[in-house]
Design a protein around this ligand. Structure first.
Ligand code: ADP
Ligand code: MG
Length: 312
């Protein structure tokens, strides 16, 4: 039985925008099992980064609990949390933000070890730095280079090396391939799969692209307007998409961006109802919660238990 590595319960976040409150994340439950890749997909603004940033503690949640490897980390102060920080690493879409341009790559990798592995000798650190470059497909000459001399793909390899060098248990990857060309994207996805297998890592892998997410995920969570609206094993989801929003993401034929600008007139009902061609009367009145359809598939849609509820 795989064990739970990270468990979120009722994690919520609002932002104030002028006079308005943005519900970036409605109370959300999510579990990530040890060794799995959980894909998180949704269009821009659905709350994916908010969730990621809460998990790695870049921002606090408003409420809810987070349990990591059996320990409730959400209530811990900064000092007590410190020992878990190295276990949970993050890779961003834009490696500029995580790679200091003024330092050589080798220095930055070594710095992680100097901070977190105080007993490690200089020689040992140097060996680890070269080893971590090798693991992401870069030769040791990259230790002497600066971020600005690297291509987008190489920068993302360095960002992955920086996340990996402390041997974390969980890596949160927030749109790590979204800024890359398609051919480079495939290389980085394969590198991530390879590293996961080699080191028994656990990923929360975020993308707005369902194709990318389904390529490497074991399970997929679909987010829409701050809620998880569908959650299933990847193969189950790709053979039976239940939520009309997931279907729209999959087809990507609908102009999702144009749709988004449409005024959402529904206040109590399903947040997707105004865009949904399959809505029923209840959809306008009541927001559906995430409901379990079978052991490996949950969906927040009032059509979930209808006949022919698979949309694809
Ligand atoms: P995603 O990563 O899926 O694109 P985000 O988590 O970045 O979504 O954003 C979710 C919602 O929260 C959006 O409406 C966004 O505008 C809002 N939001 C995110 N961060 C902030 C912030 N720091 N201040 C105000 N609103 C924010
Ligand atoms: Mg984001």
């Amino acid at each position: 039985m795989p064990s739970s590595l990270l468990e979120l319960k009722g994690v919520r976040k609002d932002f104030r925008k002028g006079k308005n409150i943005v519900h970036a994340l409605f109370p959300t439950d999510l579990e990530i099992m040890e060794g799995e890749i959980l894909g998180l997909v949704g269009e821009s603004g659905s709350g994916k980064s908010t969730l990621a940033n809460i998990i790695v503690r870049l921002i606090p949640s408003d409420s809810g609990s987070i349990v990591f490897d059996g320990i409730k980390i959400s209530g811990l102060g900064e000092r007590a949390f410190k020992r878990y920080r190295r276990d949970i690493q993050m890779v961003f879409q834009d490696p500029y933000s995580s790679i200091n341009p003024k330092k050589k790559i080798g220095y930055l990798l070594d710095e992680c070890l100097r901070i977190h592995e105080k007993g490690m000798s200089r020689e040992e650190r140097e060996r680890k730095v070269y080893e971590s470059l090798d693991e992401v497909g870069l030769d040791i000459s990259y230790a002497e280079r600066y971020q600005e001399s690297l291509s987008g793909g190489q920068r993302q390899r360095v960002a992955i090396a920086l996340a990996l060098i402390l041997r974390p248990r969980l890596i949160v990857l927030d749109e790590p391939v979204s800024a890359l060309d398609v051919s480079i994207e495939a290389q980085i996805l394969n590198l991530l799969l390879d590293l996961r297998n080699r080191h028994n890592l656990t990923y929360l892998f975020i993308s707005h692209d369902l194709n990318v997410v389904s390529y490497l995920s074991d399970r997929i969570a679909v987010m829409y307007k701050g809620s998880v609206v569908e959650l299933a094993k990847a193969e189950e989801l790709m053979s039976c998409i239940m939520h009309p929003y997931t279907e729209a993401l999959f087809r990507a034929s609908e102009d999702l961006e144009a749709d988004k600008k449409e005024e959402n007139v529904v206040s109590h009902g399903c947040p997707f109802a105004s865009r949904c061609s399959k809505r029923k009367a209840i959809c306008l009145d009541e927001k559906p919660l995430l409901m379990k359809v079978n052991d490996s598939h949950s969906v927040a849609c009032w059509r979930a238990f209808d006949e022919n509820s698979c949309n694809f």
